[in-house]
Design a protein around this ligand. Sequence first.
Ligand code: NAP
Length: 351
Amino acid sequence: MKKLKVGILGATGTVGQRMIQLLERHPWFEVSAVAASDNSAGKNYAQATRWMLETPIPESVAKMTVQPCQPGLDCELMLSGLPSAIAEETELQLAKAGMPVLSNASSHRMKADVPLLVPEINPDHLDALELQKKRIGSRGFIVTNPNCSAIGLVFPLAALDRRFKVEAVHVVTMQALSGAGYPGVASLDIIDNVLPSIDMGGEDRKIETESLKILGKWRENRFVDAPMRISAMTHRVNVRDGHLEAVSVKLGTAASLQEVESALRDFGSPIDELQLPSAPRPVIHLESHVQRPQPRLDRDRGQGMAVVVGPVSPCAVLDYKFRVLSHNTIRGAAGAAVLNAELMYRKGLLA
Ligand code: NAP
């Protein structure tokens, strides 16, 4: 089978490296071009990159010359790990030039016709692409994946909302250092410390707003937010990979502890039957031990694509509380973009 050629934008960065690692033996896709900033353009990939992963740089990619992030790259699809400030213009320019762009950046996530896609939850949001293509006047388009903490949160919320309706959510995050990219947070800021309000509160707002869009509907040519209230408080902690979140929820209808657990355990997804290569089965791993999940022990469940939900217990303020863990550079970034690409490929949106 001929593989689809994929270009990686921001290929030298934290997310770009993960995308290259995840695509190394992919059955449908192959990396055909790598692009980054002017500092890296013109160098070969191995020289330009401070490779931070345990597996070696794939041989075919190590030899590639890093290109500028411009139209004309030798590929049929682009996965982007660009910083938001750069992604805003660059991704739009590439989509206007006819390219499907699957982005990790926040710049386009909340736009009125841009899917904020989580295949297991809102595959129908891809219907927005028809409108988007008309707006930008191209066969190219932008599809985004969520903030790296929002992605973990939305799975238990989707499972509970489906059965009982969720009315209100309070979430406190403990987010890993790799979430800040490379070199990220200064060591003297984070050793012996926890840093509150990531991105001066911008991260809190992303979790609150993105989750409502993801859990909402695409109806009559517009996104309608899920009707629930979410309050988020974010923290950067001294962990390499894996975002942990402490969550309390208020439900719309009364449910026993066993019913809540079974809603989480039995969460089924509309894409299960598509057998996508990166889709974890099951996507929610329900943990019963009070001291799990832990980032170091549990972040790689389902090859880093599963979401681990900690023991559910009654909450004296809202109804129930639990913890959620997800791998921020895999499920929260590179793996999410690859899974989005797989869904779109299966649906014939990338041909
Ligand atoms: P990073 O490690 O700082 O990497 C940034 C990449 O963008 C590098 O390849 C860099 O190339 C390139 N770049 C920087 N300025 C550029 C420019 N002016 N033109 C072209 N390329 C440029 O960042 P990251 O953590 O991978 O994050 C990438 C994106 O993913 C961000 O939007 C971030 O918010 C999002 N995201 C990250 C995570 C995570 O867990 N890290 C999770 C979800 C979403 P050079 O090496 O040449 O400078």
